[in-house]
Each structure stands twice: as structure tokens, then as C-alpha cells.
Design a protein around this ligand. Structure first.
Ligand SMILES: [Zn+2]
Length: 387
């Protein structure tokens, strides 16, 4: 019989794999695959392009529609530069908390989902319990995309997807979309006293960044749509958090690179924002090329996370609410893989143990009480599938 202490033992194993997004997750995947095989469950890998990492999914129970997908990511954020008082790669229990990298975000949920597999088998579920374990979530939810596509094409169609990001077991029904561009501005270096004969990449970049300022001001001043009104802030934001460029104060900068990202409220299309930015880039670039044709601006999409749009009467939301008893209305500002599942046609909700405030922190932890609440949630999901 699957128990909470088994979930806890699985968590110990998962945390011991240092699956930072930049590194391989294959040792973890091997372990999970073996664990599933031990229960007679065959999982499928969906590799990244370089075959250094793999998503993993499985379906437990009969090959029929109407099941539930439990979705979690295998990767974690780095620990460098953080001062931990415990070993980040060992689960340490103290004061009612389980410390360790990923305990909260989100190996806790993954451990509970895996422990639910023998529970589902024992209960003789009539609709399948499915698990989707992804890669590269912390790099902008980019890794799960081919797995979601494969599940949509090959797995028995699930009625609901639960993305177990930490929400303190509340049903989160909406989040903003995210879209990020790396913007590389190539100017033409001359002595600053002759700046009119060169192109200063930093000063051209400043025009694009000031465009972001103007969008933020306009969005803030506009009346939010009903879909947007529940968010904080209730408008699409355009943000530049990092910039690099220039070599000396008296040389017009040849290079300037910055990241610009949109957090798009549901109801607005990320592609419209992308087109607006591309149009501004084209305008700035035309001015640069008029001075030096060899200059220019290159845009690279870093991530594109679809929003989670609150569903009217959604099956996933109804399931999460029935189990947790939570009838509040919750939306969050961070992106998750939920948007990708919803975009693929699944009814999707975010609901998982732990608090997002502890995610990515030094001494990350999940409260034991939250982990236990997560286990009760799994028991209820399985009971529902067996009914
Ligand atoms: Zn996460």
C-alpha cells in the first residue's frame, strides 16, 4: 500500500539528483523510469534536441479517455551564490519543514504524484492517472512543449490537468503569458567626438527600452478588460532586467544586448505585442542603417509561455475545488506549463503544495503539513478515478 512515508522516501531520492536546468536530468529520469517499471508501468521519454535531457510521461490504468494528468517539472534553479544552512541536495527535516532544493518547486509534488501510482493500481482506477514530468521549466517553460504535443496525440485524452506548482493547494485558474526576446544591437564604433559618423548601439537600444516605458505607461493608464482586471497589475508589462554593452566612455558602442520580456494579460495576444515590438525595432534599425548599412538589430525569442486563461466551468478547476474545498478566485503573475496544456486543448488548473515564496530561495523548504495536504489531494484524485 502506498503511503505518505513512501512519498517522503521518493522525495529524498529526487532531491538528491542535482537537476539544475543547465545540466542533464537523465539520472533522475532513469530512476523514475525504474520506479515505474517496478510497478509494471511503462513510461515514454521525449528528448530534448541534444538528447542530454528527457521529459517523461506515463499513463496508469485503462486506455480510456477521462483521466487526470499530474504535471511537474524535474529541473530546479541553481544554488550558486546562495547561502544555504543545509545541504541543498539532501532533504533535511526540521521544525516541521523539509529543506532542500526543489522540495517546494516542485519535486514535492512530483514525489507525491509518483507515490500515487501504486495507489492508483491498487485502487483499480477506471480512468487513467497520467504523469507528465518535464525539463527546462525554469528556462521559460520551454521543455514540456514536445511532450505535451505527444501526450495530446498518443495518450488517452485526459479530462483535466493539474499543474502542481506551489499554490498552497489553492486552485489557481489563471496566469499571464510570457514572451521574451533577446535583443542584440550592432552599431558602428567611432571616436565619441565623431559620433555622428558612427552608430551607438547603446543609444539605439535606449530607444527600444524607452518604447517599453511608453507601453507600460499607456497600459497602466488604460481601463483593464474584465479578464485582466483580476491580475496584479491588471495590465501587460514590458520589462528589461539585464543589459550589456559598450567598451569605453569615448567610443560609440558597437554592441548592446538586453533581454526584453512581456507579461501579457489573458485576452491580449502575445503575438500582437511581438509584432508591435518588431515594428519599433524595424523603425530604429532603419535609422541606424541610414548612417551605416552594416549595423542592425537581431531579435531572438527566448521563451513564449502561453497564458492560463480562466475557464468558465472548467473540469480541472471543478476537480481541484471539489478536492481542496477552495472556492476562492486565484490568479498568479508567474508563468507555468499550464498555459501549454491549455493551449493543447486540456482543461487545466494550477494546484500544488508549498508556497511560491519559498521557491528559488536559499534554504528552500516545503512545510510537512503542505506535503501531507498534497498526499490527501493525491488520494482524492485516485479515489475519483476509481469511482
Ligand atoms: Zn516550478
Amino acid at each position: 500500500m502506498a503511503t505518505l512515508s513512501e512519498a517522503r522516501r521518493i522525495l529524498d531520492r529526487l532531491v538528491a539528483f542535482p537537476t539544475v536546468s543547465r545540466d542533464t536530468n537523465l539520472p533522475l529520469v532513469d530512476w523514475v523510469e525504474d520506479y515505474l517499471k517496478g510497478h509494471g508501468v511503462t513510461a515514454r521519454r521525449v528528448w530534448n534536441e541534444e538528447r542530454t535531457k528527457a521529459n517523461l510521461w506515463c499513463s496508469v490504468g485503462p486506455d480510456v479517455a477521462g483521466g487526470v494528468i499530474l504535471s511537474g517539472h524535474s529541473d530546479v534553479v541553481p544554488v550558486e551564490g546562495q547561502s544555504w544552512t543545509t545541504d541543498p541536495w539532501t532533504v533535511t527535516e526540521k521544525d516541521g519543514r523539509l529543506y532542500g532544493r526543489g522540495t517546494c518547486d516542485m519535486k514535492g509534488f512530483v514525489a507525491l504524484a509518483l507515490a500515487a501510482v501504486p495507489l492508483a493500481l491498487k485502487a483499480g482506477v477506471r480512468r487513467p492517472l497520467q504523469i507528465a514530468l518535464s525539463i527546462d521549466e525554469e528556462l521559460g517553460c520551454v521543455g514540456c512543449v514536445p511532450m505535451v504535443a505527444e501526450m495530446a496525440a498518443r495518450a488517452p485524452r485526459a479530462a483535466a490537468v493539474i499543474v502542481g506548482e506551489p499554490s498552497r493547494m489553492r486552485a489557481v485558474t489563471g496566469h499571464k503569458g510570457g514572451l521574451m526576446f533577446r535583443t542584440e544591437v550592432t552599431g558602428f564604433p567611432v571616436h565619441s567626438s565623431l559620433m555622428h559618423t558612427g552608430v551607438n548601439a547603446i543609444m539605439e537600444a535606449a530607444k527600444l527600452i524607452d518604447w517599453a516605458n511608453a507601453q507600460n505607461a499607456a497600459n497602466r493608464a488604460a481601463v483593464p478588460s474584465p479578464l485582466a482586471a483580476v491580475f496584479d497589475p491588471p495590465w501587460t508589462t514590458v520589462h528589461v532586467g539585464q543589459i550589456r554593452g559598450g567598451t569605453a566612455h569615448n567610443i560609440t558602442a558597437e554592441h548592446c544586448t538586453f533581454g526584453l520580456d512581456f507579461r501579457v494579460v489573458p485576452g491580449e495576444a502575445a503575438e500582437d505585442w511581438a509584432r508591435a515590438y518588431q515594428a519599433k525595432v524595424a523603425e530604429v534599425e532603419a535609422g541606424m542603417k541610414a548612417v551605416r548599412p552594416e549595423t542592425g538589430v537581431t531579435l531572438t525569442r527566448v521563451f513564449d509561455v502561453p497564458p492560463l486563461v480562466p475557464e468558465a466551468g472548467g473540469a480541472a478547476e471543478a476537480l481541484a475545488r471539489a478536492i481542496t474545498g477552495d472556492n476562492g478566485s486565484h490568479v498568479v503573475s508567474y508563468g507555468t506549463e499550464a498555459g501549454h496544456f491549455q493551449k493543447a486543448g486540456y482543461s487545466t488548473v494550477v494546484c500544488g503544495p508549498g508556497d511560491i515564496a519559498q521557491a528559488h530561495q536559499a534554504d528552500e523548504y516545503i512545510e510537512v503539513a503542505e506535503f501531507e495536504a498534497g498526499w490527501r489531494f493525491m488520494q482524492a484524485v485516485v479515489a475519483g478515478l476509481a469511482a
